[in-house]
Design a protein around this ligand. Structure first.
Ligand SMILES: [Zn+2]
Length: 71
């Protein structure tokens, strides 16, 4: 649950830090109208997901190569 502190900032549940409300992306589905993660954490999450997807792709490729007969 997000709460505002004395400075009017909102709590980012991913980064576990207080952030200015303007730095939260709008989210119509959220009750508060704002996402529960700040933009920075959202961007970091997307980067991590993209990197993960890429490494999984590479792993799958490497596996395919290993399965091919050597001779
Ligand atoms: Zn954050």
């Amino acid at each position: 649950m997000r709460v505002a502190n004395g400075f009017g900032e909102l709590y980012c549940t991913r980064g576990e830090h207080w952030v200015d409300p303007d730095r939260f992306p709008l989210d119509k589905r959220a009750k508060t109208g704002r996402a529960s993660w700040c933009r920075e954490c959202m961007a970091e999450y997307r980067r991590q997901r993209a990197a993960q997807a890429k490494s999984e792709q590479l792993r799958a490729l490497a596996k395919q190569k290993q399965l091919q007969p050597i001779f």
